[in-house]
Design a protein around this ligand. Structure first.
Ligand code: NAP
Length: 300
């Protein structure tokens, strides 16, 4: 019987674990994939207060070592169901089941897909959702990045160091990402822009060989010969397994205010899976602290 089980070992979940073990609670963190969550694929983090510059991987590793060093337990299992008893809660995973007195859901969000035909088939064969993981495979090649947020701008900057040409394809003519990142990107000579445009077709036999891009204003189509397409069009949540216990908003995010309490007593939520306006590393860590302390107060 654990005091708190945390589902998801991203920034929010591991921050919650740090606060909970320091408050003397027994803590199990369940993670279906690898610890670190989304930040692990960020080439560089320079907006986390108190840390001037760090790679996403190193940040995630530090978080994990900090939580584990303080006594949090981590198991690589996927939580698939929660049974909410009056005094105890049960979590069924793909391998086992665990009992606890309170739960923090920090399931994060997963990469949004373009929704194009053959997208799944060509993933790993020219289509990637992680420039830092796969960028080195495209050394000297022509690639494209789809998206206009911070991730797309950072990915394009990172890829410009390896690739011959990096096309950035965005559906509008202004970027959602920060001006500072855009200005830095504009200094790179091998980055080109295709604005007001969407990728509409993925072409190639066994691997991606080209994409068809359509201008949404002129409706003109062009074929771009590229070896890799990096999709960076944001994230979406994946909380359907728990919707019987926590309210989800229209987009699938868990409904809870800044106090991180869901509608079920003893179940809390933290990080990008929570319905909120700002999804940043700093707010994920803050949520983790708030949810852990709320869970401690509930247990006492
Ligand atoms: P994001 O900010 O949600 O941006 C997603 C981008 O993809 C937008 O430009 C959007 O276009 C476009 N898009 C969405 N759906 C699309 C579709 N179906 N087809 C084509 N384009 C589509 O996502 P993100 O860049 O991954 O960033 C997520 C959060 O993490 C943000 O809060 C961001 O600030 C933060 N982040 C911060 C840093 C940093 O501070 N260093 C780095 C990475 C991420 P529209 O603009 O037209 O909607």
């Amino acid at each position: 019987m654990y005091d708190i089980i945390i589902i998801g070992a991203g920034t929010a979940g591991l921050s919650a674990a740090i606060y909970a073990v320091r408050a003397g609670k027994s803590v199990l963190v369940l993670e279906k994939n690898v610890y670190g969550g989304q930040i692990i694929s960020a080439p560089e983090v320079e907006n986390y207060p108190g840390i001037r510059k760090i790679s996403g991987y190193e940040f995630a590793e530090n978080l994990y070592l900090q939580a584990a060093g303080l006594g949090a337990e981590l198991k690589y299992e996927k939580a698939v169901r929660i049974l909410n008893g009056e005094k105890e809660k049960k979590i069924m995973t793909n391998r086992s089941e665990y009992q606890c007195r309170s739960i923090i859901l920090s399931t994060g969000a997963k990469n949004r897909h373009l929704g194009l035909e053959r997208e799944e088939e060509l993933t790993g064969a020219g289509i990637s959702y992680c420039a830092t993981c796969d960028g080195a495979f495209y050394r000297g090649k022509d690639v494209a990045v789809a998206g206009g947020g911070n991730t797309a701008l950072e990915d394009a900057g990172f890829l410009s160091g390896y690739c011959r040409t990096v096309w950035i394809i965005h559906r509008r003519d202004t970027f959602r990402g920060e001006e500072r990142l855009l200005q830095a990107l504009k200094k790179k000579e091998n980055v080109r822009y295709i604005l007001d445009s969407q990728v509409i077709c993925l072409n190639g036999e066994r691997r991606l060989e080209s994409i068809t891009v359509k201008n949404v204003k002129t409706m003109q189509e062009q074929e771009l010969l590229i070896s890799g397409l990096f999709v960076a069009i944001g994230q979406e949540p994946d909380n359907r397994d728990f919707e019987n216990l926590v309210g989800l908003d229209k987009a699938g995010y868990i409904q809870a205010g800044e106090d991180c309490r869901t509608c079920t007593p003893g179940i809390f939520t933290a990080g990008d899976c929570r319905a909120k306006a700002v999804r940043q590393l700093a707010t994920a860590a803050a949520d983790g602290a708030v949810a852990a302390l709320a869970a401690c107060a509930y247990l006492e």
